[in-house]
Design a protein around this ligand. Structure first.
Ligand SMILES: [Zn+2]
Length: 186
């Protein structure tokens, strides 16, 4: 299931889109990430020239996560912005060393990314799926409440450091002679 936008239908002045659970465009494509959680995707597409399009927008939803402090399930709020230049799928000759270089040459550093469309169709559903998936936190934890406690489990958080991973064994100070012994002499 995918939700594709026919770019030939985007007028010269651009078009704005408002997709949510009620309008339903993304319900199937986001289901594996958020289930039936509500979501809002607001975006604007505008042609830049005969083949490139600018896409700007936001997506807001909640991802089911587990608090890294207490292990309790909670909804992690996602509020992501994106700014992309949509370009036709590039047919690169094999062995081209420039295959990863984007052809919009005068973009400033930190400017928009590029995404490819194919045959006038841009897969907006797949794009937003990736945006939401990449927004998942590496170490999720419930936000602190006004008392500095975990808002989910009420564990005091303020002034405590939590390590989410297995504690690494304490590293012993290295004896410089041991280091030298480990250098292989060929
Ligand atoms: Zn917690």
């Amino acid at each position: 299931m995918s939700m594709k936008i026919n770019l030939t239908e985007v007028p010269e002045e651009g078009r704005s889109y408002h997709w949510n659970r009620e309008t339903g465009e993304l319900n199937a494509v986001l289901n594996d990430l958020i289930g039936n959680t509500s979501h809002e995707a607001d975006f604007f597409i505008k042609p830049l020239n005969s083949k490139d399009f600018e896409l700007t927008g936001t997506v807001r939803t909640k991802l089911p996560e587990q608090c890294g402090r207490c292990g309790i399930d909670f909804a992690f709020p996602i509020n992501e912005k994106y700014h992309e230049i949509l370009i036709p799928k590039q047919n690169q000759p094999r062995n081209s060393k420039y295959s990863k270089v984007n052809h919009v040459s005068d973009l400033p550093q930190g400017g928009p990314e590029t995404s490819e469309y194919e045959g006038n169709l841009f897969d907006m559903g797949e794009f937003l799926h990736e945006v939401v998936a990449l927004a998942a936190p590496f170490n999720p934890a419930g936000p602190e409440d006004e008392n500095g406690d975990c808002s989910i489990c009420k564990i005091p958080v303020k002034g405590r450091s939590f390590s989410y991973d297995e504690k690494m064994p304490e590293e012993k100070p290295q004896n410089p002679f041991n280091v030298l012994k480990n250098i292989k002499l060929n």
